[in-house]
Every structure is written in structure tokens, then in C-alpha cells.
Design a protein around this ligand. Structure first.
Ligand code: GUN
Length: 175
């Protein structure tokens, strides 16, 4: 059972492995380690979600504020986390037309001005057109609704990043 590999990790190994399943928030993995042993990957994933759900609104906003803008400065400078870079490339955000780039940049700025956190969406479950569409629509949500929607997207990102980690366990590893 794959999960035993992760259950046997000390906290440093665990944070190295899972520290970015929530973007730039290794604290979440460090806290989740306390709850081992995990009975399954789904149980492990639930621990990440439960930790976030128990945060006050300011904590949830803090998690969102650790995310880079989509197609923002970090993508241009090559300073994204490797996970975020892969997700943004996969969504086609490195292939925007000049018009799309400026539309996204204006929408990102208006969104942050309204909600005080960046627009977060599971980029791998979208493409550049649906991202722009969703951003144009979600900007009209109430702050409370948008906080909930954004946290649900963080959990989708976390789900896919956990699957990536699981698939990266080398074949032949004694599980
Ligand atoms: N969706 C997937 N990855 C990311 C990210 O790094 N930032 C934002 N804003 N959304 C994402």
C-alpha cells in the first residue's frame, strides 16, 4: 500500500514531499504530519482539506495570498514554483495573445482590488479561455461566496498535486 511510504517519513521528509501541495504553504503539510498514520491517500488529502476548513477567514485568505497571479510577473520572470509553472503552461497561459494577456492582467488587478487576494482556479482543470471566462464571472461574487469558491479550487489543485506525488513513487519501491 503506497501510503506506508509516506507514513514512514519523518517530518522533514514529509514537508519536503508535500510542502507545496498547498501553494507556498508548507506549514499545512507540517501540521498534517501530526495526524499520521494515514490509512489512504484520500485520508491524507482530507487532512489537508480539514486543516484549511478550520482556519478563520483571515487564514483562508492568507492561503490564497500565497498563490501567484495566473500569467503574472512570476510566470514572465520564471520564478514560479515548479508545480505552478507546469499548471500554467498546461492551461495555455504561456500562449496568450497580446489582447488576452492584457485582458487577464486588467481582470487580475480588478479582482485583487475587490477581494484583496489573487484569483485562484485549478488551472489544470481549465484552459486559458475558461480561466478568463471564470475570472470575468467570479469577480461579481460576494466576498464570502468568492472565498469559499477559491478555497474549493485550492483543494482541487491539492488533489492533483497529491496524485502527481503518488505517481512519482518509483516503481519497485517496497510499499
Ligand atoms: N491554479 C493552479 N495553480 C495556480 C497558481 O499557482 N496560482 C493561481 N492563481 N491559480 C492556480
Amino acid at each position: 500500500m503506497e501510503i506506508q511510504v509516506f507514513n514512514s517519513m519523518d517530518y522533514e521528509e514529509f514537508v519536503d514531499k508535500f510542502g507545496n501541495v498547498i501553494e507556498k504553504c508548507p506549514l499545512v503539510a507540517a501540521a498534517v504530519w501530526t495526524n499520521r498514520p494515514f490509512t489512504s491517500l484520500a485520508a491524507l488529502e482530507k487532512m489537508f482539506g480539514d486543516f484549511i476548513d478550520l482556519l478563520p477567514p483571515s487564514g483562508k485568505e492568507g492561503i490564497l495570498r500565497c498563490h501567484p497571479d495566473l500569467a503574472g510577473r512570476d510566470l514572465l520572470r520564471g520564478t514560479l514554483s515548479s508545480e505552478s509553472q507546469g499548471e500554467q503552461i498546461q492551461a495555455g497561459l504561456t500562449n496568450l495573445t497580446v489582447a488576452q494577456r492584457s485582458q487577464l492582467s486588467e481582470l487580475n488587478a480588478s479582482y485583487k482590488n475587490r477581494f484583496h487576494f489573487p484569483f485562484v482556479i485549478c488551472a489544470r482543470m481549465n484552459d486559458k479561455d475558461t480561466i478568463i471566462k471564470q475570472l470575468s464571472s467570479r469577480i461579481h461574487n460576494s466576498p464570502e461566496h468568492e472565498l469559499n469558491t477559491s478555497i474549493a479550487e485550492v483543494k482541487k489543485i491539492c488533489h492533483l498535486r497529491l496524485l502527481d506525488i503518488l505517481n512519482r513513487v518509483p516503481h519497485g519501491t517496497k510499499l
